[in-house]
Design a protein around this ligand. Structure first.
Ligand code: E4P
Length: 217
């Protein structure tokens, strides 16, 4: 399972990149606003830090406008994935861009049928939002299971990128279901490393080691 960081914060991206476990980055207009940075500049900087796919989202709602924005964004670096919303114009844009070799991440997916359409449009990634589904009382993770079944039925190459991940349980469940990628805020990725029994174990081993009076090397 690939791990993408859902953030536009450079310090977090550098820190996670140093672990060797970061496979890409996703941004959206809200994350750009939160960063307080210029969109073009920050995407370029992120693309220079992490070699994996960097999702940059268009904001136009019509096909021509999306194509124009995509043209600007894909020139920023070779590893840019253009993020388009799951609308008719978004999927038209997806088809056109993937047709000439550009990676496309279709975002704001909330149903298995929408995911089916995105795969038919040749999407590189489909982003089903699990957390936002949970927020309205639907178990978001069930969507991942449905999409996995449908994509496997037809051998679609579109990668399932689990988005709107809010906690380690989302990551655990998505991995069990065979999702290809998950994107999570840096805080959630860091939570994955943690377990109180690991901390307790380290403390106990260190205490006993000190009692031996030995040193390594
Ligand atoms: C990622 O591509 C999405 O934009 C993001 O995961 C949305 O997460 P949120 O629902 O926590 O805003």
């Amino acid at each position: 399972m690939k791990f993408f960081a859902d953030t536009a914060e450079i310090a977090d991206i550098k820190d996670l990149q140093d672990t060797g476990l970061l496979d890409g980055v996703t941004t959206n207009p809200s994350l750009i606003k939160k960063s307080g940075r210029d969109f073009i500049e920050v995407v370029k900087e992120i693309a220079g830090i992490c070699p994996g796919p960097i999702s940059a989202e268009v904001v136009a709602l019509d096909h021509a406008g999306m194509m124009k924005e995509a043209e600007t964004l894909r020139k920023l670096a070779d590893n840019i994935a253009i993020k388009v919303p799951l609308t008719i114009d978004g999927l038209k844009t997806c088809k056109a861009l993937t047709g000439d070799g550009t990676m496309v991440n279709v975002t704001l997916c909330f149903s298995a049928n929408q995911a089916l359409l995105a795969a038919k449009a040749g999407a590189s990634f489909i982003s089903p939002f699990v957390g936002r589904h949970d927020d309205v009382g639907y178990p978001g993770i069930e969507l991942i299971a449905d999409i996995r079944t449908i994509y496997d039925n037809y051998d679609f190459g579109t990668e399932i990128l689990v988005a709107s991940v809010r906690n380690p349980i989302h990551v655990h469940d998505a991995a069990k279901l065979g999702a290809d990628v998950m994107t999570a805020p840096p805080s959630v990725i860091r939570q994955l490393f943690k377990h109180p029994l690991t901390d307790n174990g380290i403390a106990a081993f260190l205490k006993d080691w000190e009692a031996t009076g030995q040193q390594i090397g």
